[in-house]
Design a protein around this ligand. Structure first.
Ligand code: 0PR
Length: 379
């Protein structure tokens, strides 16, 4: 066989090219929600990479790994073991809104303005009418306004979407308060816990201010939780359902498949995602996830207090490991920091920048960042 390029050379070239993009370990990636997955999970992914979760008759073991992941996560969310793994939070949200549209026959989605862009995209794709509700000055959704709208659109609702760990601030929205204050109407809630799902339950054990958002609340019908925002290599998310009926709505007839079925909105789903999530669950288990979540929140609180020390206004004391702060001339500050390879992110809040404290953001990286920002601000 004639090869245009030697595979070894291609790999060396790719390694060199990768080093030209930002590095996690040296503290350059500050605002992105992506993380650097540990090598053993990349290996776990690779072992099952060439199997297909959507061919469970051919790849029985692969399918079993998915079942075990869903059972573990479902237990954390007080669910009954229904759901599937997907390629990301956006796919989980799209799948959830599709299933709820079919389940309810509704054409309206109500959500606070804080919902991730994937909710807006999903509504557009699914032909659903999205109605957005404001948040208060602490960025908490106005529950009374949500409830008024829910009453107004009763009978037409596909879903109400609430977020556990908002993209800008990591707020766990008051799903519990909505359910208790808006209990005279029938509606289904989809909870987007893409970011907070594997963190908030463990912080809630110490902080009763964190709202309950899981299947203990009878209106919660589906929950998105991303594994790839914390520890597993991209792509890896999960979508949990309240009941089998919802799960069946995303199972399509496929006579050409050995099982006669095709589950999920995708065709081929690499078994690598199940192996990687399964590996993380086996190594960390619930106690390991608890430790990681609390450690990241402790680091975020440290970063927040250091920013306050240098006179920076932090928006909301961080409950989850996202620190969002205000600066005058945000775009200029951001440009300055990016020139130094300190890649903080803008937010949809005016003049606010965001740092997502992932496992790679060490105390040393925090010190370095705060010192650089202080030097800039005292200039
Ligand atoms: N729901 C919430 C609350 C999210 O924050 C995100 C992603 C999603 C759903 C969608 O998840 P997928 O990206 O897995 O589909 N939020 C990140 C953000 O907007 C996405 C991101 C990740 C952006 C890495 C930039 C980046 O470098 O921050």
């Amino acid at each position: 066989m004639v090869l245009a390029l030697n595979p070894g050379d291609v790999i060396e070239t790719l390694k060199r090219l990768r080093s030209e993009d930002p590095s996690y370990s040296s503290g350059e990636v500050l605002g992105s929600m992506t993380i650097e997955a540990p090598q053993y999970l990349v290996e776990a992914f690779n072992i099952f990479m060439n199997t297909n979760l959507n061919d469970p008759k051919l790849f029985k073991v692969t399918h079993q790994l998915e079942v075990e992941c869903i059972n573990w996560l479902s237990k954390l969310m007080h669910g009954g073991g229904y759901g599937l793994l997907t390629y990301g939070g956006s796919e989980s949200n799209l799948t959830a809104l599709y299933a709820l549209r079919e389940y309810t026959g509704g054409d309206v989605v109500i959500s606070p303005k804080t919902a991730h862009i994937s909710i807006r995209k999903s509504c557009k794709v699914l032909g659903l009418n999205l109605i957005e509700v404001d948040v208060d000055d602490r960025y908490i959704p106005k529950v009374n306004e949500l409830c008024e709208l829910i009453r107004k659109y009763e009978g037409r609702l596909a879903s109400v979407v609430m977020t556990a760990g908002t993209t800008d601030l990591g707020v766990v929205e008051p799903v519990d308060r909505l359910v208790s204050e808006c209990d005279d109407v029938k509606y289904a809630i989809h909870v987007d816990a893409a970011y907070g799902g594997l963190i908030a339950p463990f912080i809630a054990e110490l902080d009763s201010d964190i709202p309950v958002f899981d299947f203990r609340l009878s209106n919660v019908y589906s929950i998105t939780v991303d594994f790839h925002k914390l520890v597993v290599p991209v792509p890896c998310s999960a979508l949990l359902f309240r009941n089998r009926e919802l799960e069946e709505l995303i199972t399509f007839d496929a006579p050409y498949m050995p099982s006669g079925k095709n589950r999920s909105l995708l065709g081929t789903r690499s078994g690598g995602i199940a192996a990687a999530a399964w590996g993380a669950i086996k190594v960390l288990d619930t106690d390991g996830f608890r430790y990681l979540a609390r450690d990241l929140v402790a680091r975020a609180k440290y970063l927040s207090s250091k920013l306050v020390d240098i006179g920076v206004k932090v928006l909301n004391e961080p409950k989850l490991p996202i620190v969002t702060f205000e600066v005058d001339d945000r775009d200029e500050v951001m440009r300055y920091l990016w020139n130094l390879k300190l890649y903080v992110y803008p937010t949809s809040i005016r003049n606010a920048l965001r740092i997502v404290v992932g496992p790679h953001i060490t105390y040393e990286i925090i010190e370095k960042f705060v010192n650089t920002l202080r030097n800039l601000l005292v200039k």
